[in-house]
Design a protein around this ligand. Structure first.
Ligand code: DGJ
Length: 331
């Protein structure tokens, strides 16, 4: 009797194992647990901070800062078909060992974002670049390019867009495939936007001040023709209150509206800081708010806070949940 129970268990786990390999997901795996440790397919902790996600060819690619205790170790990339299970695809953009390189070890590569240019068939990465051993004084935008989503990306250049300092940033591609760089300028007092060139590799001179409220960590989404922009305050790695602006044009005017965070620690963005807003492929009006819960004593141990954006009376609401899954968008 005992033997047959064991055999049954073995057969069941073999069956479940095969199912998982075939792509079926277990209920246990089908959950986002904000703030807990998230592992990749190798059972290693995912190291992709200040990140963003590109969806292409039915695959999500998550790019983020690979961090050591404090060191910046380049840009990591993970892939997933379902957003729950992530395959480590290695280093998308490696730091250079050439001391003369702008991305040499000792400098910072922060908040990488990748977009795909259908005309040039290139994957284009922008990030906040700080030069080796110069703290946060360089304040430049860096650009790298690749033929493949997983890289390796080749570093091209860095600059201050139209002469403006450029620290925290995001990229946004609009419905007409025009891309934009939204960035913290003037010691983070200004938030600005630049339209990119058609190949996405450079900034055009269409560059506008959005507002001067001392904000960083911009993250954008669009719903029903209205753009939503979430930002954080500027308190280093420490969490603060998020703010939400809306506009019918990316170039503004932007209107400050109610902070959408809701629940315990909402006034501190649940101890996190915005990094990206992910539209769920194939689901209308389904967006995931992505934030980092930074651990400045050990940056690689910073955690991920992903929460669904819901709409109540037409206004976005981001409510804390210990665990949730994509069924939240079916309700
Ligand atoms: C806040 C920024 O949002 C982060 O990306 C990082 O640059 C820290 N400041 C450094 O203190």
């Amino acid at each position: 009797m005992r033997v047959s129970a064991n055999v049954l268990l073995l057969a069941m786990s073999f069956f479940l194992g095969c199912q998982t390999q075939k792509g079926n997901i277990s209920n246990k795996e089908k959950a986002f647990k904000p703030g807990s440790i998230w592992n990749d397919n190798n059972g290693e902790v995912i190291n992709a901070h200040g990140g963003g996600i590109l969806y292409i060819n039915k695959t999500y690619y998550w790019y983020g800062e690979k961090r050591g205790k404090s060191a910046s170790e380049g840009v990591a990339v993970y892939s997933s078909k379902d957003l729950y299970r992530w395959k480590n695809e290695g280093i998308a953009l490696a730091k250079s060992n050439d001391r003369n390189s702008e991305i040499a070890v000792g400098g910072l590569v922060e908040r990488p974002k990748v977009i795909y240019n259908a005309k040039t068939k290139k994957y284009v990465m922008w990030f906040h670049l700080e030069l080796p051993n110069k703290g946060y004084s360089a304040a430049r935008a860096g650009v790298a390019v690749s033929d493949k989503a997983t890289g390796p990306f080749v570093y091209l250049k860095s600059f201050r867009p139209n002469g403006h300092m450029s620290r925290d940033m995001t990229l946004y591609v609009d419905d007409d495939a025009t891309a934009y760089h939204i960035y913290s300028a003037r010691e983070n007092y200004d938030l600005r936007i630049t339209k990119l060139t058609d190949d996405y590799l450079s900034a055009t001179t269409e560059d506008t001040l959005l507002f001067s409220s001392h904000r960083e960590a911009p993250a954008v989404f669009k719903k029903d023709g209205l753009y939503y922009l979430i930002t954080s305050g500027c308190t280093g790695w420490a969490p603060n209150k998020a703010s939400l602006h809306t506009s019918t044009s990316l170039f503004g005017p932007w209107k400050l509206v109610e902070d959408p965070m809701n629940g315990p620690l909402a006034e501190k963005t649940f101890n996190g800081q915005s990094t990206y807003i992910l539209p769920i492929a194939g689901k209308k009006d389904a967006f995931v708010f992505m934030a980092d819960k930074w651990n400045p004593k050990d940056l690689k141990d910073s955690r991920y806070l992903w929460l669904p954006i819901q709409f109540k009376d037409g206004k976005p609401l981001i409510t804390w949940q210990d665990a949730w899954n994509l069924d939240a968008f079916n309700q």
